[in-house]
Design a protein around this ligand. Structure first.
Ligand SMILES: NC(=O)c1ccc[n+]([C@@H]2O[C@H](COP(=O)([O-])OP(=O)(O)OC[C@H]3O[C@@H](n4cnc5c(N)ncnc54)[C@H](O)[C@@H]3O)[C@@H](O)[C@H]2O)c1
Length: 246
C-alpha cells in the first residue's frame, strides 16, 4: 500500500498500459482521476479500479485540447483536493512511410503524444507547485530514441517527450516536483494489433529477453518512479524494453 492517501491522475487509462498503471495504483491504495477519449472504455475501467477499493473520478477528455485538460485538472482538485502523481500516458499513432505521411497525420500524432503531455504537465504542475511536491511521469517510446520506419511522426513526438521531460525536470525541481519519462519497447497491447504475425516474430528476435513486454512491466516502473524510493531521481528516461535498445 505504497500510495495510501495519495491521488494519481492517469491519462489514456481506458485500456492498455494506462489502465494497468491506474489499476496498480488502485491496488496500492491511491485514489484516481482518469481520462480517455472513449466513454465505452474509461467507465468500465473505472469500475475495475473501484472493485479494488479506490475512489475514482473517470472523465471523457482529449489531452490535445486545452479546455478538456483544464476541466480535468479542475475536476480532480475539486474531488480530491490534491494530486500527487500525474502519469501522461495517453498516446496514439498514425503510421506511414515518411514520404507518404500526410501533414494532418503528423500534426495529430504530435498533438496527442507531445502537446497533450505538455498541456497536462503545465496545468497540473501549477497546482503541484503550491503543495511543493509532485511526481510527473511521461510516456515516451524506444521509437523516440532509435527512430522507427513508418513512424516519423510518432518517433518525433516521443523524442520531444524526452526533451520536454528534461526541461520541466530542471524547472520544477525547485518546487519539489520530479519529472521522469518511461521508454517502453514492444509492449503487448491493442496498440500493436495492426502488426502482422510474421513481422511480430521477426521483431521479437531483436529483443534480447526474447518476449514482448506486458503492461504490468511498464506499470511497475511507473509506480517505482512515483514512490518514495525514487525521490532523488528526476529528468531521467527509463527503458522497459527487454534490452531492445542497449
Ligand atoms: N504498446 C507499446 O508497444 C508501446 C511502446 C512504447 C510506448 N507506448 C506508449 O504507451 C502509451 C500507452 O500505449 P498503449 O499500448 O496502452 O496504447 P492503447 O492504444 O492500448 O491505449 C491508449 C489509451 O490512450 C487513450 N487516448 C488516445 N488518445 C487520447 C487523447 N487524445 N486523449 C486522452 N486519451 C487518449 C486511448 O483512449 C486509450 O485508452 C502510449 O503513449 C504509447 O505511445 C506503447
Amino acid at each position: 500500500m505504497r500510495f495510501k492517501g495519495k491521488v494519481a491522475a492517469v491519462t489514456g487509462a481506458g485500456r492498455g498500459i494506462g489502465k494497468q498503471i491506474a489499476l496498480e495504483f488502485a491496488r496500492e491504495g491511491a485514489a484516481l482521476a482518469v481520462i480517455s477519449t472513449r466513454e465505452s472504455t474509461i467507465m468500465p475501467a473505472a469500475d475495475e479500479m473501484r472493485a479494488l477499493g479506490a475512489h475514482v473520478l473517470p472523465l471523457v477528455a482529449d489531452v490535445s485540447k486545452e479546455e478538456d485538460v483544464e476541466k480535468f485538472v479542475a475536476a480532480a482538485y475539486e474531488k480530491f483536493g490534491r494530486v500527487d502523481v500525474l502519469v501522461n500516458n495517453a498516446g496514439m499513432s498514425r503510421d506511414n512511410l515518411f514520404l507518404r505521411m500526410k501533414a494532418a497525420d503528423f500534426d495529430e500524432v504530435v498533438a496527442v503524444n507531445l502537446r497533450g503531455a505538455f498541456l497536462c504537465m503545465r496545468h497540473f504542475s501549477r497546482r503541484m507547485m503550491k503543495d511543493r511536491a509532485g511526481r510527473i511521469i511521461n510516456m515516451s517510446s524506444v521509437a523516440g530514441e532509435a527512430g522507427n520506419e513508418g513512424q516519423a511522426n510518432y518517433a518525433a513526438a516521443k523524442a520531444g517527450v524526452i526533451a520536454l521531460t528534461k526541461s520541466a525536470a530542471r524547472e520544477l525541481a525547485r518546487y519539489g516536483i520530479t519529472v521522469n519519462a518511461l521508454s517502453p519497447g514492444l509492449i503487448d497491447t491493442d496498440m500493436l494489433s495492426g502488426i502482422e504475425a510474421p513481422v511480430m516474430e521477426s521483431l521479437k528476435k531483436n529483443i534480447p529477453l526474447g518476449r514482448l513486454g506486458s503492461a504490468s512491466d511498464v506499470a511497475a516502473a511507473a509506480l517505482f518512479l512515483a514512490s518514495d524510493a525514487a525521490s532523488y531521481i528526476t529528468g531521467q528516461t527509463i527503458r522497459i524494453d527487454g534490452g531492445l535498445y542497449i
